[in-house]
Design a protein around this ligand. Structure first.
Ligand code: ADP
Ligand code: ZN
Length: 614
């Protein structure tokens, strides 16, 4: 057995490498440079942690890990310490004296892995320290931070090319979860990784179930979703994130969820720094918190057991959707990505692009990105296939998204599309104004609203023409017509206007196929339509469930006394496996993934006690 596999088994307690890990680890341990592109939750950390330990045994120095995320560093170091690896970090949270202790330890060869903030690494003082210490490898985490075009740009990252010049013999491994080719090329170029081997993993996140539902009453739908799929028997909820577009909506949603008994917190860039930090830390460390947030809540989230990400508003692009939903289920256990989406979202996003100060070229790019996302929302075939195709990856229908689980019906809506478009045309022709969907639907359905009477719109030839369809059915039609570009949104009032694409439809030269409207079903506790909860205890017997509950209580207490997040003690997957397999002996425990030698020694007897073994 290779040393790296032995370390994986003994120290980390995992039986096998995942995906490309084995190859990457071997390449890096042998001293090769590499660039690793792997999705969130793919297991990037082990790709540098294990080679560092292997090289350490071979007499090389410590692995130096550059990371921009302070909270993440602390948790990684805590997790490594728990498994018996000599790890430490250097960042602005340490006092001078504390930093000096760590620096001395590095110098004396008493550290295996050192996490450093980039600005600290690049100081002349620290580079000198590295000169006089032994360095085994450099790992550059979140390597996309060198990209000036990306949203996580860090100027200090540009300077990291110095590492190569100053320590030409030390292998470097750069890692990122950002998939696109432009960013990849920029990393290679800026970090002088021309000779590095590039490892590209699939960006699929198979444990995430994607669902996009028609928005009806978004709050009520969200609550139904949380209650049905993410609420435990003791009425605590799973950890989750609810993304909203505006700060106000974040606050309102959090307040409202609280009144409904959900432990929710707000997070957005308009909040005081301290409060924001506090909320992030509570989310990270405690269990069962639902964070209502704008996208300001982002890269720093390294919580492996986020069980759902919900969107109450549309993200700006497929990239955004992928990144935001990707924060769910890092631990590989089932997780949900759920979004409520409606006509209002399309109108709002189109308006925002129109009203922005960006130049035309930029607006065209944004519009293109939004269209791709709308395509994903309206797709009638597998969402995952569509999502991965956007990143250039081919795949087969997944069986774990809403369109696979309950394929939507398509229908020939050509006639109805013509009615809708001609209604837009005639209303405008009669009064010189454009109108919003509400009014247009009233005309089509023959409602005698005040506005209709006032404008004499009951005289239009389209009045009452569409009475056979309900209001929500018409909304779904208008939404799709806008999403597919047959109608545009007038930026001043959010009214609908015809486009060049409307003409062939009106003239009967083009067919229109739409997704059939389905009335949103209110899911009820434990009878969710799509089957099992995204829950680690799914399918457990009452006895197993009892062990699981005891183990969780024990874990919460242990985490508290160690001052670390619960998942640093054991991940849910490990606890679930203990609960299921009901081990009798220390040897039984050793077989369970996630229990390495150190944790076995420290917690083994306690665990057996907790589950009442023997
Ligand atoms: P990333 O940094 O790519 O988002 P992490 O390194 O945090 O992912 O790993 C994600 C999760 O997968 C962690 O909980 C980690 O313990 C687990 N993991 C990684 N590699 C393996 C493996 N070979 N076997 C079992 N679990 C693994
Ligand atoms: Zn699918």
């Amino acid at each position: 057995m290779s040393r790296s596999l032995a370390i994986l088994n003994e120290i980390f307690g995992y039986p096998t490498f995942r995906g490309q890990q084995a190859e990457i680890v071997e390449h890096v341990a042998d001293g090769g440079d590499s660039l690793v592109l792997m999705p969130t939750g793919g297991g990037k950390s082990l790709c540098y942690q294990i080679p560092s330990l292997v090289r350490r045994e071979e007499g090389f120095g410590a692995g130096i890990v550059v990371s921009p995320l302070i909270a993440l560093m602390q948790d990684q170091v805590a997790a490594l310490t728990e498994v018996g690896v000599r790890a430490a970090y250097l960042n602005s949270t340490l006092t001078g004296a504390e930093a000096a202790v760590t620096e001395r330890a590095l110098h004396n060869g008493e550290i295996d892995l050192l996490y450093v903030a980039p600005e600290r690494l690049m100081t002349p003082r620290f580079l000198d320290l590295l000169d006089s210490s032994l360095v085994g490898l450099f790992a550059i985490d979140e390597a996309h931070c060198v990209s000036q075009w990306g949203h996580d740009f860090r100027p200090e990252y540009i300077q990291l090319s110095v590492l190569h010049e100053r320590f030409p013999d030390v292998p470097r491994i750069a890692l990122t979860a950002t998939a696109d080719a432009i960013t990849r090329d920029e990393i290679v170029h800026r970090l002088a990784l021309d000779d590095a081997r590039i490892f590209v993993s699939s960006f699929d996140r198979p444990n995430i179930r994607y669902r996009i539902v028609e928005k009806d009453n978004a709050r009520a739908q969200l609550l139904d979703f949380i209650r049905a799929e993410h609420t435990n028997a003791d009425s605590t909820t799973d950890a989750g994130v609810v993304y909203c577009l505006s700060r106000r909506k974040v606050e309102e949603t959090a307040d409202w969820l609280k009144t409904q008994g959900v432990c929710a917190l707000p997070y957005h860039a308009g909040m005081e720094f301290e409060t924001r930090q506090k909320h992030q830390e509570m989310f990270q460390r405690e269990e069962g918190i639902v964070m209502c947030a704008t996208i300001a809540f982002g890269m720093g989230i390294d919580k492996p057991d986020v069980r759902f990400v919900a969107h109450l508003d549309l993200p700006k692009s497929v990239e955004g959707y992928y990144q935001e939903t990707g924060r769910a289920g890092r631990d590989g256990m089932p997780a949900n990505a759920w979004m409520a989406y409606g006509l209002g979202d399309v109108v709002q996003q189109r308006k925002m692009i129109d009203e922005s100060d960006a130049d035309d070229a930029h607006k065209r790019v944004q519009t293109g990105k939004l269209d791709a996302l709308l395509g994903l929302c309206e797709v009638a075939s597998c969402r995952r296939v569509r999502l991965l195709a956007y990143f250039g990856e081919r795949s087969a229908p997944c069986g774990n998204c809403d369109t696979c689980l309950e394929p939507p019906a398509s229908w020939d809506a050509t006639r109805e599309a013509q009615m809708a478009l001609s209604c837009v045309y005639r209303a405008h022709k009669a009064s010189g104004f454009n109108f919003g969907t509400g009014h247009l639907i009233d005309i089509l359905r023959g409602a005698r609203s005040e506005k209709i009477i006032q404008r004499a719109h009951e005289k239009l030839s389209t009045f009452g023409l569409g009475a056979a369809l309900s209001e929500p059915e018409w909304r779904a039609i208008f939404r799709q017509l806008v999403a597919f570009g047959f109608l545009a949104v007038d930026h001043e009032f959010g009214a609908l206007v015809l486009t060049a694409a409307s003409k062939p439809v009106l003239k009967g030269e083009q067919q229109v196929t739409l997704r059939k409207y389905v009335k949103p079903v209110r899911s009820r506790q434990s009878s969710s339509r799509t089957g099992e909860r995204a829950d680690p205890t799914a399918g457990m017997s009452p006895r197993e469930k009892m062990r699981w509950d005891r183990l969780r209580t024990w874990r919460a207490e242990t985490a508290k006394s160690d001052g670390v997040p619960a998942y640093v003690i054991f991940h849910d997957a490990t606890l679930a496996e203990i609960a299921r397999s009901d081990p009798d002996t220390i040897d039984d425990l050793r077989q369970i993934p996630g229990i390495g030698a150190r944790k076995l020694e420290r917690f083994g007897d306690e665990l057996l006690d907790v589950i009442g073994a023997g």
